[in-house]
Write a protein that binds this ligand. Structure first.
Ligand SMILES: Cc1ncc(COP(=O)(O)O)c(C=O)c1O
Length: 389
């Protein structure tokens, strides 16, 4: 009788992933929760205001859904996305064939490297201080993540023989709120296209600009990579990931989409059809309603603006410096000390923030303070920090 074959052990994908960072905040959360006035939790970017009626009604109207929905989304949904880009993002002429709904954008961020066929030896570049899922997605595919923000850093990696295949951009940034200019985006797009590197631009905070240059209510705009001033009107090699979670209080619906290069979208569509990565029909209907109504987005932006106008001066009075934060849902703040010291100082006062080291080593002296709490909770903060003034 021959000996049983010895196979190598199963590869445990989870072994290549970092620990879930939020676990390290448990002690600070318990301390903040012990405050007699209750916790003010500004550590996560999860919306707290109601889902707009126009969207909830659309969801309800589509509750009868016995058949499978289209993975590509209906033509009507894709046309709505194209006209939203023209109306809100300064991107005319987007081809509706180059639109693909996604189940929220986090799954897309996590699986895109694998769906693009990346693996061992390939490099996924992403901002050095970043939403952690870019790194996770690279690792899930067996590729290598690389923090790089500038053409110079990308060039250095390329010259050193690193095989960059995918470049993630995130403007406005989570966590810093920094916004890339048209010129910066154009330089990065030119660099990538010259090397056949796919650019995936995660732009889900684009409707939440605060300073004049980026505030759509004052004629500003957060530029998209699909903006003709950035890409010359040619979407080859470019994808935008966009989500309605933040601007429409729809994180619970998982309503997002991808848009850009038609050939790349077709390739991803085929794979996602095979893999059953389909947005439920009622959510497709709700997403179309959300993108067709600008009024609720404007109202939500004003809610966040008011909260920001309470938090920012309270932080500055308490010795914080707020960096970047020109757009998005966060104040990227520092007291010039290690972030965990600041987290403890806030937790003693019943306020929970996210430590900057969650987002990469350059964030180690910042904390990320979210605008996503009720007016009542945010209104507590100035008094809680008053003794630091
Ligand atoms: C930069 C960025 N990308 C993607 C997401 C995921 O959003 P969702 O999966 O809700 O669409 C988030 C959520 O916080 C984010 O901050």
């Amino acid at each position: 009788m021959s000996a049983p074959t010895q196979h190598p052990p199963r590869r445990r994908v989870g072994a290549s992933l970092p620990d879930f960072p939020w676990d390290s905040l448990a002690a600070a959360k318990a301390r903040a929760a012990a405050h007699p006035g209750g916790i003010v939790d500004l550590s996560v970017g999860t919306p707290v205001d109601a889902t707009p009626a126009v969207v909830a009604d659309a969801l309800r109207s589509a509750a009868n859904a016995p058949g499978y929905p289209q993975t590509h989304g209906t033509p009507a949904l894709r046309e709505t996305v194209a006209s939203w880009f023209a109306r809100r993002r300064g991107v005319p002429g987007l081809d509706p064939d180059g639109v693909l709904p996604t189940v929220g954008s986090k799954e897309l961020v996590a699986w895109l490297p694998l769906l693009l066929g990346l693996g061992d030896g390939d490099v996924v570049a992403h901002p050095a201080v970043a939403y952690p899922t870019y790194d996770v997605g690279a690792r899930l595919a067996g590729a290598t993540p690389l923090g790089a923000d500038t053409v110079e850093e990308l060039d250095a990696a390329w010259e050193a023989g690193r095989r960059v295949r995918l470049l993630w951009l995130n403007s406005p940034s989570n966590p810093t709120g920094a916004v890339r200019s048209v010129g910066e985006l154009a330089a990065l797009v030119d660099w990538a296209r010259a090397r056949d590197v796919v650019v995936a631009s995660d732009e889900c905070y684009a409707e939440l600009g605060w300073d004049a240059a980026h505030d759509t209510t004052r004629g500003g705009l957060v530029p998209s990579v699909l903006d003709p001033r950035v890409c010359g009107g040619d979407h080859t090699g470019l994808l935008v990931a966009y989500s309605t979670s933040k601007q429409s209080n729809l994180a619970g619906y998982r309503a997002a989409f991808l848009a850009g290069d038609v050939a790349l979208v077709r390739e991803l569509l085929e794979l996602r059809k095979h893999a059953g990565m389909i947005v439920p029909w009622p959510v497709q209907v709700a997403l179309r309603a959300a993108l067709g109504d600008d009024e609720h987005v404007a109202a939500q932006r004003e809610r966040y603006r008011a909260r920001r106008d309470v938090l920012r001066p309270a932080l500055e009075r308490a010795g914080f410096r707020v960096d970047a934060s020109a757009a998005g849902l966060y104040l990227w703040s520092t007291r010039g000390e290690p972030c965990r010291t600041t987290i403890d100082l806030l937790a003693e006062r019943g306020v929970l923030a996210a430590p900057g080291d969650f987002y990469g080593p350059p964030g180690a002296r910042h904390v990320r303070i979210a605008l996503t709490a009720t007016d009542e909770r945010i209104g507590e903060v100035p008094a809680r920090l008053a003794d630091l003034a």
